[in-house]
Design a protein around this ligand. Structure first.
Ligand code: UTP
Length: 289
């Protein structure tokens, strides 16, 4: 079945980026001139997704406003003949059919995904984590969707992480199928040294079959007392197996300060308007470092 729906969980508390995220959702933190979540929605749309559910919570209404029309601003831009800005602003509202639901209580990523059950229905769907921006020629979500079409199983977007970091992420048991595609038969969230399965971790993207909702209903709170999506996906991996794609593209973790700065610098260097001036600035600055 062709995948046309995506879910973007954006209801986390963002405690690693306080105080910026006290009143501003981390998904709305800017990379040069667009909020992180717009890059993510654009990636989903480029991958062929038409319907997107964004899971929010209290205080995240600005995300809804960002994807809505803004008649006063649009009229002012038109009156001022600012056609480029007008087009940019109106295009955002037309990117996809975007829906919103609140998680109500921050009980973990697995719990957030379970809120998507009626939106998803009986179809496979993509999940794009709201704080993971991936920039690349071939959209990461689309790479996973192709693997779903090839193997018919849930798909995980994976990358190798440094040995000293694996305890902060999930760790997967994988066997190579071909090129950058793997079969995944087990996983663990935030393993201690004795339980590391490999340095491959799920980073920011997956494609899930609708069976995940029944599994989530029975998933007990795991690490940190949260209902972990990894624990539910482990059920799929150990029974039907899952496919894993070591996706191409650079991932930026907008949930931590260094990730935010890396995204800003690297996207600014490629930016058509400011890229070349910013490069000159960085070259000068680097002489003083
Ligand atoms: P994180 O664990 O990075 O989010 O979840 P967090 O809780 O905001 O992070 P810190 O540790 O407090 O800084 C990964 C993704 O899952 C979403 C987050 O918004 C993020 O996109 N999430 C997490 C939810 O939607 N609900 C939750 O209950 C937890």
């Amino acid at each position: 079945m062709k995948i046309r729906k995506a879910v973007i969980p954006a209801a986390g508390l963002g405690t690693r980026v306080l105080p910026a995220t006290k009143a501003m959702p981390k998904e709305m933190l800017t990379i040069v001139d667009k909020p992180a979540i717009q890059y993510i929605v654009e990636e989903a749309v480029k991958s062929g997704i038409t319907d997107i559910l964004i899971i929010t919570n209290r205080g995240k209404d600005v995300i809804e406003d960002h994807f809505d029309r803004c008649p006063e601003l649009e009229a002012s831009l038109l009156n001022g003949n600012k056609t480029d800005a007008y087009n940019q602003v109106t295009n955002i509202a037309g990117l996809a059919n975007i829906f919103f639901i609140r998680q109500r209580e921050t009980k973990g990523l697995g719990h957030a995904i379970s809120r998507a059950k009626s939106f998803v229905g009986d179809e496979p769907f993509a999940v794009l984590y709201g704080d993971d921006v991936i920039i690349g020629e071939d959209p990461a979500c689309g790479q996973l969707m192709r693997a779903y079409e090839e193997y018919g199983k849930g798909v995980l977007g994976i990358k190798a992480v440094a040995p000293e970091d694996i305890h902060k992420y999930s760790s997967l048991k994988v066997d190579n199928l071909h090129d950058n595609i793997y079969n995944c038969t087990d996983m663990i969230e935030k393993p201690d040294d004795a339980h590391v399965l490999s340095l491959f971790s799920i980073l920011g993207r997956c494609v899930l079959p609708p069976e995940i909702f029944d599994i989530l209903e029975h998933t007990a709170p795991g690490v940190g007392g949260e209902i972990q999506l990894t624990d539910a996906m482990k059920d799929l991996a150990t029974t039907t197996g899952m496919t894993a794609v070591d996706f191409t593209g650079k991932r930026y973790d907008m949930g931590n300060k260094l990730g935010i700065m890396e995204a800003a610098v690297e996207v600014a260097l490629q930016h058509p308007e400011i890229g070349s001036d910013f490069k000159d600035y960085l070259k000068e600055l680097s002489k003083t470092l």
